[in-house]
Design a protein around this ligand. Structure first.
Ligand code: NDP
Length: 676
């Protein structure tokens, strides 16, 4: 086997390993797979390059351009994933495990790409929330905007997901317009390096957007400023050590940590052995114990079951574990591979011994176990080990010892409150799951346990095949947890992008805020040109382009005609006495939809032109009733534009319908697709 020499990628150059070289061994055969050594890497040069080259290049791109870049990257990596699967075996993983890591990482890029295009503007600045008006006239306003941090994101990743761990952090970071320096965990660095190298070879990312450290981070953390972010995954001890770097505190460097977690699962009081929930629970426990050989930050460490279910649950789980073939992940039929390294295996054995001091082992003897088609002496193999603790209240180690491998402990509960209090003894976890078909149990669990867990996963017979599993963090949802889990949050859709941006309150006049946000704001000076804005193409239309229509009087005949025509004969429109008795109406009033229809009749320019389609209304409010005899007119203003593709873009129009006294009777935002 050729030994890979892992290189750093700094300031646009690959740098060969040098200095103190460490050898990385196959988790399966013990053979040397790769060599690692920091080489001549200057942290100063890396941070400067990120700040001076990568950052400006990314910030010059809009969210949509960055999102498109993530999609191209995902497609590129998807085309080369077989090469990564091949390299993954020596980290101890089965093909299925490798797919969680590699396809999971690529999938995260796709999700962020799609969210970036759908939920963020085609701009470099994000408006966060609405306009705040401080005075009566609206001449001085405030809002919030988010802009990209002008520093670098330092991503320190764990060994267990070398590809997903890298891509789940890079996706929101790059979408935010921030360059990253990636430091993979040494144990599986060859796989991370290969995936990183592919990203560079793709030529898709701008120079300086990503850099890579094969080896130690040296004085990197001492160089960070208020514009930088550290996002760490690994052990609590390392997180604490890095976080206590005085410069991190002094410069208020954002520090996101995702660390140890004593995740729990609860078999609901209603989920007896004859229920579908029980079967799903057993299946999930097996998956959590054996996928990635239990080396998942989200794996179930504590299995909490009703007292009466202890023996049935243990029986069902052990029956399935017996059928799980453990061994060489390349061999046919193997369901669980090796741990990432012999050191990791040793660590798990030590932690299992601590758990064993409070719990009896009911499955998996590491001393009398031989892996399938593998040499137990060379590879980092362990059997799944299931413990049972009959007194979870009296125990302490089982609630705070994370054996980062195929190790879980079953324990009994008296009632639901007891179960939840046991789950909370993890003192902050990434995820807890509850297998129940009872919504009251689910709500009770959220109220009693939500504060202790970053994610609560509920499984019942209805979640079916679409259920993503206890252990799978979804890019759309928050991944992270309080307390022992690190107190950080990753992903969570666009929430994750915000970790790499600064939210700034901005205050000023309507015209200034409109200029800053490139959005029309009520009170800002409109533009008028004598041409109806529906005659302007997407490119010709300026934000603030406005027309004010003629007026139209609403008659009682109109209201009755509309009622009969549509079938909406609600009493407020048709029964004078009943309408007058209603505290909101002076008597019979026009339908809200009649107001909208008349408004469209007033502002629409009918001839074929650049407006292709009306595809919705946002934020519709009826502010004042319209009585027979009232006259309506409309002010239509181009509020915001979002390019969709080369042929058309979305225009958001501010629509205000007023009556003869100038009072607003309805406001909304109309969305149209306009040709380029
Ligand atoms: P570590 O905390 O030792 O390492 C995590 C990352 O931090 C690695 O990239 C590591 O690099 C890096 N690192 C370590 N020391 C420094 C330093 N001084 N400066 C900068 N970076 C540093 O965790 P391990 O990966 O060894 O795993 C140990 C335990 O952590 C596991 O057994 C498990 O309990 C827990 N863990 C939890 C995870 C979770 O998501 N909850 C995930 C993975 C692990 P290097 O590898 O080169 O030392």
């Amino acid at each position: 086997m050729t030994i890979m020499k892992l290189q750093s990628y700094a300031a646009g150059q690959w740098i060969a390993p040098a200095g103190r070289i460490s050898q990385l061994k196959s988790a399966v055969t013990g053979e040397v797979v790769a060599e690692l050594g920091a080489g001549d890497v200057s942290m100063a040069a890396m941070t400067n390059y990120a700040r001076e080259v990568g950052g400006p290049a990314l910030r010059a791109m809009t969210f949509h351009e960055r999102a498109a870049m993530l999609k191209r990257l995902a497609q590129y990596l998807g085309g080369r994933k077989e090469e990564l699967y091949e390299l993954s075996y020596d980290t101890g993983t089965t093909k299925l495990d490798a797919m969680i890591d590699i396809d999971g990482g690529i999938g995260t890029l796709f999700v962020y790409s799609s969210k970036g295009r759908r939920e963020l503007p085609d701009d470099v600045l994000l408006v966060d929330g609405g306009i705040e008006q401080f005075g009566r006239t609206g001449s001085f306003l405030g809002t919030h905007v988010c802009t990209s941090l002008q520093g670098v994101a330092v991503h320190i990743n764990a060994f267990n997901f070398p590809v997903w761990g890298m891509l789940e952090k890079l996706s929101p970071t790059l979408l935010a317009g921030v360059p990253a320096i990636v430091k993979p965990a040494s144990a599986t660095a060859w796989l991370a390096e290969a995936a990183f190298r592919m990203m560079v070879e793709s030529g898709i990312l701008p120079d300086g957007a990503v850099q890579f450290i094969a080896g130690s981070t040296g004085d990197l953390l001492d160089r960070l400023t208020c514009q930088d972010v550290v996002s760490f995954t690994g052990s609590a001890a390392t997180a604490q050590m890095l976080r206590s770097n005085p410069l991190i505190a002094q410069n208020s460097v954002r520090f996101i940590a995702e660390q140890d977690s004593l995740n729990a699962t609860i078999l609901g009081p209603d989920a007896g052995p004859d229920t579908p929930e029980f079967d799903t629970f057993v299946r999930e426990v097996i998956r959590e114990m054996t996928a990635k050989a239990g080396q998942k930050c989200t794996a179930m460490r504590r299995i909490i079951v009703p007292q009466a279910m202890m023996e049935p649950a243990i029986g069902a789980i052990t029956a399935r574990l017996e059928k799980t073939l453990v061994g060489n992940p390349r061999a046919e039929g193997v369901r669980m591979g090796a741990l990432a390294s012999l050191a990791q295996r040793q660590d798990v054995l030590e932690k299992a011994a601590v758990i064993g001091s409070e719990a009896r082992r009911v499955f998996g003897d590491p001393d009398s176990f031989s892996p399938h088609e593998a040499d137990a002496g060379q590879g980092a193999f362990l059997p799944p080990m299931l413990f049972a603790c009959d007194d979870p209240d009296g125990a302490s180690a089982i609630h705070c010892t994370e054996a980062f491998g195929p190790v879980s402990t079953v324990m009994p509960y008296r009632d639901l409150d007891h179960a939840l209090s046991i789950a909370n003894r993890g003192e902050g976890s990434l995820v807890a799951s509850v297998f129940t078909h009872d919504p009251a149990v689910a709500r009770h669990a959220v109220l009693s346990s939500g504060a202790y867990h970053g994610r609560l996963y509920f499984a019942d017979r209805d979640t079916g095949k679409e259920a993503t599993g206890h252990g799978a963090p979804m890019p759309h949802l928050v991944h992270g947890g309080p307390g022992r889990a690190g107190g950080g949050e990753e992903m969570g859709g666009i929430r994750g992008v915000m970790h790499y941006m600064q939210r700034t309150a901005v205050q000023g006049s309507p015209d200034l805020l409109a200029g800053i946000t490139r959005t029309f704001i009520k009170g800002a000076t409109p533009r008028t040109s004598g041409v109806h804005p529906f005659r302007m193409t997407f490119g010709e239309l300026d934000i603030g382009q406005q027309i004010r229509t003629a007026s139209r009087t609403v008659t009682l005949e109109d209201i009755e005609h509309f009622a009969e025509f549509t079938g909406d004969t609600f009493y407020a429109h048709m029964d004078e006495e009943a309408a007058a008795a209603n505290p909101f109406f002076p008597g019979r009033v026009a339908h809200g939809y009649l107001i909208l229809s008349f408004a469209a009749g007033l502002f629409v320019d009918p001839a074929p032109g650049p407006v292709l389609a009306n595809y919705g209304l946002d934020n519709l409010r009826f502010m004042k009733p319209v009585s027979p005899g009232d006259s309506l007119s409309v002010t239509l203003t181009a509020k915001a534009k979002t390019r969709r593709n080369d042929e058309y873009g979305e225009v958001r129009w501010d629509v205000e319908v007023t009556n003869q006294d100038g009072d607003t009777v309805a406001t909304y935002e109309l969305l149209t697709m306009n040709a380029m």
